[in-house]
Write a protein that binds this ligand. Structure first.
Ligand code: AMP
Length: 213
């Protein structure tokens, strides 16, 4: 019997949170919730929330707390979260983490995937994403089996606008100043584990599964 995992994945942009979230989701049968993906979908479909979030995403800034907190509150209320879930990209600020506490959400595990800034900048240039189904790839470390098309749904792969090197640098600054303090926040609660991101994706996955017990 698998335990009910309510997991937060921390880590810099491009550390591999989304990829590991997909693996954990498949292994444990729980949904992976990416606030970034939800916001990108809202932008693509032109909703009010999408329109208000677009300028933040494009310059690598954080979308205001109240917007993302609202997104997560709604999503966690869905029935598929009852057996556990993975939060990929939320919380990203201390007020967001406090909001989760105030919602009465009991997080069981927090994994911080650690990768140096230099490696992140190297890596981001090779990231490819499927806009249709959200699958992510890397041209060398995690290529799509379908070449420049998505291995899951067959749509053409694209490069995220905010993977531009200048935007990546600001996203890293935002990560260090606003999100990294969350490691301390969760270490104090005794639920933080650190996973050193490895060169090979499957090695990081092995460490991630080991950390989840
Ligand atoms: P991600 O796909 O997680 O790298 O997120 C892409 C972008 O979406 C970020 O750079 C932010 O602009 C926005 N975003 C995603 N999650 C959050 C969050 N929890 N708080 C604020 N902004 C977010």
């Amino acid at each position: 019997m698998k335990r009910n995992i309510r997991l937060i994945l921390l880590g810099a942009p491009g550390a591999g949170k989304g990829t590991q979230a997909e693996k954990i989701s498949a292994e444990f049968g729980i949904p992976a919730i990416s606030t970034g993906a939800i916001i990108r979908e809202a932008i693509a479909s032109g909703t009010e929330m999408g329109k208000s979030a677009q300028s933040y995403i494009e310059r690598g800034a954080l979308v205001p707390d109240e917007v993302v907190i609202g997104i997560v509150k709604d999503r966690l209320a869905a029935p598929d979260c009852a057996g556990g879930f993975i939060l990929d990209g939320f919380p990203r600020t201390v007020p967001q983490a406090q909001a989760l506490d105030e919602m009465g959400v009991e997080i069981t595990d927090v994994l911080s995937i650690e990768v140096s800034d230099e490696r992140i900048i190297d890596r981001m240039g090779g990231r490819r994403v499927c806009k249709k189904c959200g699958a992510t790839y890397h041209v060398t470390s995690n290529p799509s089996p379908a070449g420049d098309k998505c291995g899951v749904c067959g749509d053409p792969l694209t490069i995220r606008a905010d993977d531009d090197p200048a935007v990546v640098r600001s996203r890293l600054e935002v990560y260090h100043s606003q999100t990294e303090p969350l490691k301390d926040f969760y270490a104090k609660k005794g639920i933080l584990k650190v996973v050193e991101g490895q060169e090979k994706l499957e090695d990081t996955t092995a460490l991630t599964f080991r950390a989840l017990g």
